[in-house]
Design a protein around this ligand. Structure first.
Ligand SMILES: Cc1cc2nc3c(=O)[nH]c(=O)nc-3n(C[C@H](O)[C@H](O)[C@H](O)COP(=O)(O)OP(=O)(O)OC[C@H]3O[C@@H](n4cnc5c(N)ncnc54)[C@H](O)[C@@H]3O)c2cc1C
Length: 469
């Protein structure tokens, strides 16, 4: 029996249910990855993530070769060409069964359905991207939760009841096999600040658990310190699995934390947020189609504001914490979660610009760009999403900055124009700049926060009035 494992967003050999099953059930296993550069462009993923993908495919090819599995990297432009390409490969290689882990976006699900219809061999699909399977956490009416807190309670009790299953790297097959040289085409941006491959991901996870898990709850909101795991690029491409994160917590603490206040719980809670957004994406296909979670918010009157949008993208808004965060994103491909919330709130509630434009900009620059979390985060900030921030709660960028970058260290790292501004003034520096410099090269504020806040609330109030009339 010849089995084929089709890799997608699960670029790992450990805890990979599809690979594990294929190798348990046959001693002749092949692997394939299908690159679709046109689809990549259409989905708007970033050049830095593409480079990271390419490097991780190389590592995967080497890891699979050690197991006796050869990886072929095929290319077609778009998903709709995949069924024919895969069908030809299956015939040529005399494959008897296809194994894959579930992919959750709507285009991915349509592609997979078309593949299953075209191939006349068994296609086995596994849950590899979540600790708890999609659809298995539901309200009493059998529906997906729309609010995080009850979802997380149900998620925790499911975990308590059924535990989680961590699969080992499969045993190597006897035949020898050579790794291929992977070179994806298309625009790339150097991702070498992030080590590629499963061993690097495992090392980063172990390092985080040993050094920072205990202090995560206290330090996770401060962008100037390394208080979070920075594992998102690995989780987004499936180089690391969420089960492995749970196992690492357990190894570090001796047991999993199940309640608020227990050590390690606040980090586990982020893994639950990840699953919440992924489960929502599966339950509500409109989220993959640029639609708002709350349909009524699609009537919001966003501004065009191309100039201020550009200022936001380039980190030239005159709001130091926003500018530092946006420059950091453009330069490194990564941004701290607290800053993602601040800049997303600023774009939608201060500049009144449609969240879709921010979502796309993030996708085009993030190394960890991932539809479920990115869409969830943007809709949360814009007030259009499941369990979103209430519309009248608008982040004040200066107050956020004072709280979470009190010394201004993060700002100074990315906004050198403010290098000599004392901490007390750096969060809203224009008064100090006027007093101390004849000319300043730092941007003037593109908007008045207090006025912008009122306008944002009025935008949402108008929506309510419309519903009531
Ligand atoms: C507007 C906005 C856009 C975002 N876009 C993305 C994105 O494209 N890809 C992405 O992976 N995350 C996204 N996030 C969530 C979060 O900001 C990142 O996952 C986190 O900053 C990654 O850093 P870390 O690995 O150090 O996280 P940690 O704090 O160490 O958390 C561990 C893991 O949990 C998951 N996680 C943490 N917070 C969240 C969250 N709020 N929602 C969903 N999963 C979470 C991530 O996989 C993360 O790696 C977004 C958040 C916002 C507000």
């Amino acid at each position: 029996m010849q089995h084929l494992v089709w890799f997608r967003n699960d670029l790992r050999t450990a805890d990979n249910p599809a690979l594990h099953a294929a190798m348990q059930e046959s001693d002749s296993v092949l692997a394939v990855y299908i690159d679709c550069p046109g689809q990549w462009r259409e989905h708007g993923n970033s050049p830095i993530q593409r480079d990271f993908l390419s490097r991780n495919l190389q590592s995967l090819s080497e890891a699979l070769a050690e197991l006796g599995v050869s990886l072929s990297v095929l290319e077609c432009d778009r998903f709709d060409e995949v069924p024919a390409l895969l069908s030809a490969f299956v015939k040529e290689q005399e494959v008897d069964a296809l194994y894959a882990n579930r992919d959750i976006g709507i285009n991915e699900r349509r592609r997979d359905k078309a593949v299953q219809q075209q191939l006349n061999i068994p296609c086995r699909v596994f849950n590899g991207d979540c600790v708890i399977n999609h659809g298995s956490i539901a309200t009493q009416n059998g529906e997906m939760y729309k609010v995080f807190t009850p979802y997380s309670r149900a998620w925790l009790s499911t975990l308590k009841a059924q535990g989680y299953r961590l699969l080992p790297v499969p045993e190597a097959m006897s035949r020898a096999c050579k790794a291929v040289k992977v070179a994806l085409s298309g625009e790339m941006k150097d991702s070498s600040d992030w080590h590629a491959g499963e061993p690097a991901a495992q090392q980063a996870l172990a390092h985080f658990c040993a050094e920072s898990l205990a202090g995560y709850g206290e330090l996770r909101d401060y962008p100037a310190v390394e208080g979070t795991s920075r594992l998102s690029p690995y989780l987004a491409l499936g180089i690391l699995s969420p089960n492995q994160c749970l196992a690492a917590i357990e190894a570090e603490l001796g047991a999993l934390p199940f309640g608020k206040g227990e050590q390690g719980f606040s980090w586990l809670n982020e893994i639950i947020w990840r699953e919440f957004y992924r489960h929502l994406l599966v339950a509500f296909p409109r989220l993959s189609m640029n639609r708002a979670f709350k349909p009524e918010t699609e009537a919001l009157q966003w501004s065009q504001g191309d100039d201020v949008f550009k200022a936001w993208c380039e980190g030239q808004t005159g709001y130091p914490i926003v500018d530092a965060a946006m420059r950091c994103l453009k330069s490194t491909g990564w941004m701290h979660n607290r800053l993602r919330m601040i800049v997303a709130s600023f774009l939608t509630k201060d500049l009144h610009i449609d969240w879709h434009r921010g979502e796309a900009w993030f996708m085009a620059h993030l190394i960890d760009g991932e539809l479920a979390a990115n869409n969830g985060g943007w809709q949360w900030a814009a007030g259009t999403g499941a369990d979103a921030a209430p519309y009248f709660r608008v982040f004040n960028p200066a107050t956020q900055s004072e709280r979470f970058d009190a010394s201004g260290d993060f700002i100074r790292r990315w906004v050198p124009e403010l290098g000599d501004v004392p901490a007390k003034y750096i969060h809203a520096p224009h008064g100090w700049l006027r007093e101390h410099r004849r000319e300043s090269d730092y941007a003037s504020p593109v908007v008045d926060h207090a006025r912008a806040r009122k306008y944002a609330i009025a935008m949402f109030d108008a929506l309510k009035d419309k519903e009531e009339s």
